[in-house]
Ligand binder design. Sequence first.
Ligand code: ATP
Ligand code: MG
Length: 517
Amino acid sequence: MMMAEIWSLGGSLQIATIVFLWKILEIYFPGHLRSSIISYSMKLASLVSPYIYIRFPEFIGDSEEYMGVKRSDAYAAIETYLSGKSSREAKYLKAVDVKDSSQPVQLSMDENEGVTDEFEGVKLSWAVNKEYTRTQQSFSFYPQMDEKRYYQLTFHKSHRDFVNGTYINHVIQKGKAITVSNRQRKLYTNNPSQNWERYKARKWSHVTFEHPATFDTLAMESKKKLEIVNDLEKFSKGKEYYTKIGKAWKRGYLLYGPPGTGKSSMIAAMANHLEYDIYDLELTTVKDNTELRRLLIETTGKSIIVIEDIDCSLDLTGQRKNEKKKAKDEEAKDPVSKMTKGEEDSNSKVTLSGLLNFIDGLWSAIGGERIIVFTTNYVEKLDAALIRRGRMDKHIELSYCGFEAFKVLAKNYLDVDSHPLFATIGHLLEGTNITPADVAENLMPKSMNEDAETCLKKLIEALETAKDAAKMKAEEEARLKAETEEKEKQKDVKVDGSLAKVKDNCVGVVKDNGVIA
Ligand SMILES: Nc1ncnc2c1ncn2[C@@H]1O[C@H](COP(=O)(O)OP(=O)(O)OP(=O)(O)O)[C@@H](O)[C@H]1O
Ligand SMILES: [Mg+2]
């Protein structure tokens, strides 16, 4: 234990003397006696030493944890903070298997090792030590000793305020930030509530999130892409700003557009860019508003909460409410069919107001940055209350593939930046509604023999087919429209004719009665 302190004091003669004394101590004194001697000598030394020592023990008591101990967060953060320095400077290292980390192991210095750190021009030294305490349950003549590891920070007493006020905070924050960037990210999905009460059952199940989509691979206009990336970055670094303006550190995005235009891919790209977890909330399995709150409260900071296809999820759109009302009216007329339907009636009671209350109310009270993303194929179906600014801060339209988006896909799938066929494709893309998913499908080589040119030709064929189909569809629609208009016209003529006849007859009748001359 003393070795690290010796190291931090420096001075070769002192070191030699103390190492000698230490060896004697180790040989002649049992662990617990050694510990008392060290403790007294430290007290003695502190009377003359200009140094201050702060100890960060590995375990702290916590009745909620297994066996009454919990690994200290500060200790873990310091270990991570010093990891880089330790692996460069320390001679004796320890490889620690860190749970949920993308790194296979984290290197940290072994006991009796030390490293120096410098922050804002102040030099400080860190060491890992071990102390022995008597096991409480032990009744033997040679009582068992518990080893307790701790980090010790040593610094000159003139830096006391700096260390207490700034440095320790810096170490803990930095350590935690490194842990976050090294952690394995997760994709959570909500469990049906009937399973929540089971032994060890949880509200959310998770798998490791490893989606490869990034903003580089996302096919869309570069200007729009940059705007979204900037918005995300401003949000993720905006803790102080949000505090200053008195707004909860949350942001809502609504992604809308036809199927296959990249809404889900964009969510994955957002999560990868910000290094956030994803909570994929399946609303159809949530029984009511209370369950919804319980689920959302369990989400952690640095996460994206996703509700896909919000228009299909629940009773969230005016239209659906009307459909339900119609169904209810029918049931009222036919009570027997209602009885046979049984449970279906109590399907899901998550309501629009429940969701909105959460976003506006409790949602704001839980700490940590969170992004909520809604996706829909039919933005016009959504209730205006759900998508007003403030709830959904940014509306992003993902649309059919344009030339710029095509170039991103060509680079991703075929690794080509330009090609003589690009001009034809650009021309065909104008006015053709083809999704990036369809373009991607055509660009993907299906065998070893297919090269870039074959794939581009395949795309041209698909575009021509799509264009012809669209043309035929437009012609058919125009024909139907003309037919309908013609029918309407004929109906009007018939009505006009009948009216004229009726009018003539009336006039005849009036004339016969001699009222009108
Ligand atoms: N903008 C895009 N950029 C890159 N790839 C895309 C894009 N849009 C679609 N794709 C490709 O098409 C596939 C389907 O896209 P995605 O699932 O993101 O569409 P979506 O808009 O979420 O569709 P849905 O409305 O059906 O959920 C993706 O796996 C991806 O390979
Ligand atoms: Mg999707």
